[in-house]
Design a protein around this ligand. Structure first.
Ligand code: ZN
Length: 411
């Protein structure tokens, strides 16, 4: 491993303490690749030090997923076995802290029929959805990353495997603010305070719509849900009061806009990696709140299929603000992983919205949230629209306006 044990331990501690904020007596559900078993042990130990009752590990493997898709029938892969469903049901009772460590090869599914991939995902997600809804907003979770050789080579194809992994480690640790000589927990406290101050300002403005403009063709207006909050950085689990940070890194302040109320075109400024495949140089045009057309230099068919996954896949579930000075953007390369790439600059997401942004949203069913304007879908896909010259103007119900972003950053 190219990174010192001390740094790895600091990172594991940050994930468990600041990210998931594992509570004494809590069960932890850790999802991590078999390749990262050494780091898994570090994370497990930090969980137990934090008082976890039990750490259960779900091991993943790109190689095994590939073999399944190559040899097993679609209907077999798409079906959910009774024990898998029982496990999801158990999670709705245990409300574990979920820790997910990503290290997938962005090309893991290259060569797999994209129709097979999305059909399997669609049918499995549909079975899991009621359980997801049942634990949504009631448990802590955190997603962080660990380099794999394949992922690192994808980001740095010119480098040797060893150098590529070292470079990806550097970038990941930089974006999560872990260094030899700093106190990541204190740095995160300051970062969270900055984000919360910006979110509080946005909430005080009471904007009813946002207007986006940039020279690349982005020309877009979206309505916001009256009373819906802007959120960022952390969330409090209402069941046990634990403040947790679901994404490491995170730079965004986001809300869910009014589903079905947007007009115009959003032009992506970075490629989108979806289902392990790339969509490049694309734009999506909305009318009456729905994507009515899209253009992509690469991945056109994939993008079209994505926007048709279900009713809500053509509507927005999220708008998010990220200044272009973000450390992820400063790394200056594409991570091929939304966890990082969505924290590079401003973005929107098609698909499921967040009911938590509604006042009392945690207690609403998804149907109730939908009635108030939150979009529902089996997917949630972020795409980056934060051009260097992006301007975003907030409009209040009385028609008054305020610049929010100018030239890709806070006005
Ligand atoms: Zn986002």
């Amino acid at each position: 491993m190219s990174v010192s044990k001390k740094l790895l331990q600091k990172y594991a501690e940050l994930i468990v303490r600041t990210g998931g904020n594992v509570r004494p007596g809590q069960i932890v559900q850790l999802t991590i690749s078999v390749e990262q078993h050494e780091f898994a042990a570090l994370v497990m130990e930090e969980c137990y030090k934090a008082g976890a009752k039990k750490v259960n590990v779900d091991w993943t493997s790109d190689a095994q997923s590939r073999l399944n898709y190559r040899y097993a029938e679609q209907s077999v892969l798409a079906s959910v076995l009774p024990w898998e469903e029982a496990k999801m049901k158990q999670m709705t009772e245990d409300l574990p802290c979920r820790i997910i460590i990503l290290s997938e090869d962005p090309d893991a599914m290259a060569g797999v029929d994209p129709k097979k991939l999305s059909a399997v995902m669609q049918s499995r997600s549909t079975v899991f959805k009621p359980y997801r809804n049942a634990i949504d907003g009631k448990h802590q979770w955190v997603i962080a990353a660990h380099p794999s050789a394949a992922w690192a080579k994808k980001c740095f194809p010119e480098e040797s495997e060893e150098d590529a992994v070292a470079k990806l480690w550097d970038a990941i640790l930089r974006t999560v603010r872990v260094a030899e000589d700093n106190d990541p927990v204190a740095d995160w406290k300051a970062h969270v305070e900055f984000i919360e101050a910006k979110a509080a300002w946005l909430n005080a403005q009471g904007f009813s719509s946002l207007r986006y403009h940039s020279a690349n063709g982005t020309d877009f207006t979206v309505e916001l849900i009256p009373g819906a909050k802007w959120e960022g950085a952390g969330v409090t689990n209402p069941v046990n009061g634990a403040f947790y940070i679901p994404n490491l890194p995170t730079e965004e302040i986001f809300t869910s806009p009014m589903a079905g109320k947007c007009e115009g075109t959003l032009v992506a400024v970075k490629p989108l990696s979806w289902n392990s495949q790339l969509i490049e140089d694309f734009s999506i045009t909305f009318e009456n709140g729905r994507a009515v057309s899209c253009r992509a230099r690469k991945g056109q068919e994939l993008l079209e299929r994505m926007l048709k996954m279900d009713e809500g896949a053509s509507m927005l579930g999220e708008v998010a603000l990220v200044p272009k000075e973000s450390p992820v953007n400063q790394c200056g390369f594409l991570f091929y992983e939304t966890l990082f790439d969505e924290n590079a600059c401003c973005h929107c997401a098609v698909g499921m919205g967040f009911k938590e942004v509604l006042p009392g949203g945690d207690d609403l069913t998804m149907e109730q949230a939908q009635e108030r304007g939150i979009n529902d879908s089996i997917l949630h896909v972020d795409f980056m629209i934060g051009a260097d010259d992006l301007s975003i103007v907030g409009v209040r119900p009385d028609g008054s306006e305020e610049a929010i972003f100018r030239d890709g950053t806070w006005a």
